[in-house]
Design a protein around this ligand. Structure first.
Ligand SMILES: Nc1ncnc2c1ncn2[C@@H]1O[C@H](COP(=O)(O)OP(=O)(O)OP(=O)(O)O)[C@@H](O)[C@H]1O
Ligand code: NI
Length: 453
């Protein structure tokens, strides 16, 4: 894989994030145990950027995607304190326009409440470090609102999900900034987000395709729902979308059924269906895992092209570091429900800091001089208790005593690379081991509200 070359070709727009995931916690409440499948993760996705999520089976990748899509199956719940903010200004304006009764003026709230005081008075059970802050004074009212603590305080109504600042409350065009809080969505506001703004491609294309309708009719249904296109206009657009995803003879193939398509062609058809929604963000959960290597490479190339052409943001899930090198600009490495390392793709591959990441990199074929594939021994543990130690420690070649006593939190790996974090007691590297451990200890002081449902 040509990491160096392909990376320099990419030109992600480093604007403000369109999605900010903060302290996302999704747990499954079974009779036997509570599985913290996603256990307090934070990351951003910017416009035109591909963010990779990588990790072994069971690390929480799919639950992360399903949480953002609001497709978590029962008995799973997103916990209070979680926040997924959708900042895309055009979407925020559209939401404020459509759901005026569910829209809240942030400036108004800020005049009434002092966030630092709410936190210090203990009225909200919030740990600043979980939102990425050093100090309680940095917590904003928007943070408190987004994370759902306002329900207890009675500051906003249950259905409120759009939070904005405007010059003129009667004119959504004057909204200067704000967000749609995905964890608070329900009903029509939820449906409009899923499919309309955020679309998802799954590993098995047959999850998304209905066997009894032609491929063309399914794309047309998407076009009708999300773009209001019908009749010959929709037929024309459906064929054009199939062409855009590289299906030749598209005009004939729109009339075929999914079973007449090969696996790779079906996945292309699903991608065409998602494009019919004209999404801002495309979430791909192992879209090529079931395909053979040649087809896999073609689909990856297609996704890269589409992203560039349409300025899509993408979240790409895989357990394959080779695929990450091909497609991602930024990478989050997940382990047992936590993000253990985050960095730009080049930095992650050349200077990985978490022993787990280094283990994953050693398991890429062709990375070893003696051509032997090293895999990390053992399995990802099921996160069925709050983390009180490093979850990777039992498998870690570099573990020391403190790893059994402290739950590491993401910290900058060193002074120069604040864009690169690792949740490992060996970081920050410029501190002495003792001081580094103390940084994690202080920041990981957990509140006891994590059990709420
Ligand atoms: N419906 C469910 N009920 C109970 N536990 C679940 C459910 N769905 C997922 N989990 C648990 O959540 C954890 C994370 O699962 P997830 O599917 O997100 O892993 P993944 O990283 O996507 O793995 P893979 O690479 O195998 O797809 C696992 O421990 C899994 O057992
Ligand atoms: Ni998965």
């Amino acid at each position: 894989m040509s990491l160096q070359q392909s990376h320099s070709e990419r030109s992600a727009d480093r604007d403000a994030p369109i999605i900010e995931v903060r302290n996302l916690q999704t747990a499954f409440f079974t009779e036997k145990e509570t599985i913290r499948a996603v256990d307090g993760i934070s990351f951003d996705i910017r416009a035109g950027e591909t963010v990779g999520i990588v990790g072994e089976s069971g690390s929480g990748k799919s639950v992360t995607a399903r949480s953002i899509m609001r497709l978590v199956d029962s008995p799973g719940h997103i916990l209070e304190g979680s926040s997924v903010r959708y900042n895309h200004l055009e979407a925020v304006r559209e939401y404020a326009d459509t759901f005026g009764a569910r829209t809240v003026d942030l400036s108004d709230l800020e005049r009434q409440y002092d966030p630092a005081e709410l936190v210090s008075r203990g009225e909200v059970d919030i740990v600043p470090a979980e939102l990425g802050y050093e100090d309680a004074s940095e917590v904003s009212l928007a943070d408190i609102v987004a994370a759902g603590y306002v329900d207890d305080l009675g500051i906003v109504d249950e259905g409120d999900c759009v939070f904005v600042r405007y010059d003129d409350p009667d004119n959504p065009e004057t909204i200067t900034d704000g967000f749609v809080e995905i964890t608070r969505l329900s009903g029509e506001a939820e449906r409009k987000m899923r499919g309309g703004r955020i679309a998802m491609v799954f590993q098995d294309p047959l999850t998304s395709l209905n066997p009894v309708y032609t491929v063309g009719n399914q794309i047309k249904e998407s076009l009708r729902l999300h773009q209001g296109l019908t009749g010959s206009e929709a037929t024309q657009e459906a064929a054009e979308l199939l062409e855009a995803v590289g299906i030749s003879d598209a005009r004939r193939r729109v009339n075929e059924y999914p079973h007449q398509f090969s696996g790779g062609m079906r996945q292309r058809a699903v991608i065409a269906m998602t494009l019919a929604c004209d999404p801002d963000l495309l979430i791909c959960d192992e879209p090529t895992t079931a395909l053979d290597v040649t087809i896999q490479a073609q689909i990856l190339e297609l996704l890269e092209d589409l992203q560039r052409e349409r300025d899509l943001s993408m979240m790409f899930i895989t357990h394959d570091m080779g695929v990450i090198a091909e497609i991602a600009h930024r990478v989050n490495v997940m382990y047992a429900g936590q993000v253990v390392e985050t960095a730009d793709v080049e930095d992650l591959f050349t200077q990985p800091e978490h022993p787990y990441t280094r283990g994953l990199l050693r398991s890429i074929p062709g990375q070893q001089s003696d051509d032997r594939l090293e895999t990390i021994e053992g399995n990802v543990p099921t996160p069925n208790a709050p983390a009180t130690s490093c979850r990777f420690a039992p498998r870690c070649p570099e573990a020391f005593d403190a790893c059994e006593q402290v739950n590491p939190v993401p910290v900058p790996v060193d002074d120069e690379r604040d864009n690169h974090t690792a949740a490992c007691l060996l970081c920050p590297k410029h501190r002495s081991a003792e001081k580094a451990v103390r940084v994690h200890q202080q920041r990981s002081a957990r509140h006891d509200g994590g059990e709420s449902q």
